[in-house]
Design a protein. Structure first.
Length: 225
């Protein structure tokens, strides 16, 4: 199924400007429903600027109205402009996420050993050398690597991971495993992000009222009495 050119920005616009359900928006944008919930709760990594899919000729108002009238209706995408996609080179990962790659790789190795190093490299955007070092525990930072769901870390989408797991399981002649901990992991992440946002706002209010203690100087003046 075709997807909007900018799925997260499109989801943000649909959340703010329509009464569509999270599941409808997630299906149309090709996102996990919890990604849409995070956008709606403003707990995503950064505040997104919405992209109007109607003006982009990717969705019609008639489709939006049908979806608002029937929560089970699946939105149909209009024929939009040709999307430019990368066909060569590794997946681009924002600088802020690159330090999380080893954790995501370790999670895949632990939970889905049937996935090849080449497939992991394409999904996460890393090298076979790095994956091999994590697999045989010779990585320079192995002591600080903690396996974490790459979807929760924002390194890939749930659909991409599910498709890769299913493909690898089929090639290995085994049944694709079903991980029931994913939803609870994402719920916990959303709660943590919400708590951080509340705490940041509380500290900002205390600072405005002058209630925060003055920071202790790094060096004491030995001549001060």
């Amino acid at each position: 199924m075709a997807q909007p050119l900018m799925p997260h920005a499109t989801a943000s616009w649909l959340v703010d400007n329509t009464a569509l359900s999270f599941s409808q928006i997630a299906e149309f944008c090709g996102l996990h429903i919890l990604e849409v919930q995070a956008i709606a709760d403003d707990t995503a990594g950064s505040k997104l600027t919405g992209r109007d899919p109607v003006r982009a000729h990717e969705l019609t108002m008639d489709e939006i109205e049908k979806g608002q009238a029937d929560p089970d209706y699946v939105l149909k995408m209009s024929k939009g402009p040709e999307q430019v996609r990368r066909t060569k080179g590794p997946r681009y990962t924002p600088v802020s996420k690159r330090q999380d790659k080893p954790d995501g790789i370790a999670w895949i190795i632990r939970n889905h050993p049937e996935i090849s190093d080449g497939a992991i490299g394409k999904l996460i955007g890393t090298t076979r050398t790095t994956i091999g070092a994590i697999r045989d525990r010779s990585h320079w930072n192995i002591g600080n690597i903690t396996p974490k769901d790459p979807v929760t870390l924002g390194l890939c989408s749930q659909r991409e991971l599910d498709a890769l797991v299913a493909k690898a399981a089929k090639a290995a002649g085994i049944e694709a495993p079903v991980d029931t901990t994913l939803d609870s992991d994402r719920e916990s992440l959303i709660e943590e992000l919400r708590a951080e946002r509340i705490e940041t706002a509380r500290l900002a209010e205390m600072a405005e009222r002058g209630e925060l203690p003055a920071p202790k100087p790094l060096f004491e003046d030995p001549f001060k009495r």
